[in-house]
Design a protein around this ligand. Sequence first.
Ligand SMILES: [Zn+2]
Length: 368
Amino acid sequence: MPFQNIKGRENILKKILITLLVLTLTGAVAFTLYFRLRPAETSENPIIENVDEDIEIKDDSVVEENTSENYCLTCGQETAPENANLRPLAVIIENHPAARPQSGLEDACIVYEVVAEGGITRFLAIYTHKNCNNIGPVRSVRKYFAEIAKGYDAMLAHCGGSPTGYLAIKELHLADLDEFANSGAYRRVSSRKMPHNLYTSTKRLRERAEKKNFASNVSYESFKFKNDAPLEKRPEETYAIIDFSTPKFKVKYEYNRENNSYSRFMGGMQHKDSNSGKQLEAKNILVLITSIRVVDKIGRVDISTLGSGPAYAFLDGTVITGRWTRESLSNTIKFYDQSEKEIALNRGQTWIEIISPDKKVDFPEFQG
Ligand SMILES: [Zn+2]
């Protein structure tokens, strides 16, 4: 039937033409609407801003879990896989003015700073991924230091201790590297007077630990880590001051915008590391407020790091007001913001400052 075929072809051609016409008209309307409704690209209203916003969101919100074997479990810094989850070494370092400048604080992943006796502060420095060949002066342990070390399942390096400190080591089954029983891992230097002259190294401590058959790798809860805030989001300058006791123990951190870190001052002077001569720099400062009470005639204190309490987190030039929490001595201390979200820290060294509620933390108003 040739006639019907011609008629059929005409119908198909008509349909195609109508479809093309509808598509062309729709396209033209959409094109016109787009250019009519689109905001003008002026200097006040640069459309390119949208692109910047996308990039900023990407840079600032990346929170990475510690799943990668290339990042130190304790501080989030990039390292060789064999160093990432080494068993942490927790070393007690003193802060008596005669002990300054200390050696090796710059190589710690985390440093805890708390008051010991008579307003004198003392440090618990945790070494995981970095080696340090000169750490000290090493001093004696207190109960609360042993309890903090337990959260990391760390090996504890110290020189003697208070009775409750020793009891805590025993009861918590800590891997103990006391100088009294492991003197080969330590040395006394002649350039300083006793008791401010005892030093050690990560190599000596780890060798000693191996002889004692301590596990060389352990697991523990760590912080969440993120990338640094982009430069344009960082403030020009800011600071944080922590008043532990007397002016000699007053700590100040000054913010460096370029490095996104905080330079540490102690007793009104730059706090330098004796090994490098460089001023100590922290990426994050966490302030933990808890009960600290005197428990004996010597003035020794008991510090509670269990439960929960107020906290401040200083990072990226800003301060987050929140709370700290710790469920048991086998857990590490965690920090949360006011919406109960765990605070993600910048990769690098963190200082954790433990103070009682009557002590002052100062920082500029605009930060909060
Ligand atoms: Zn580390």
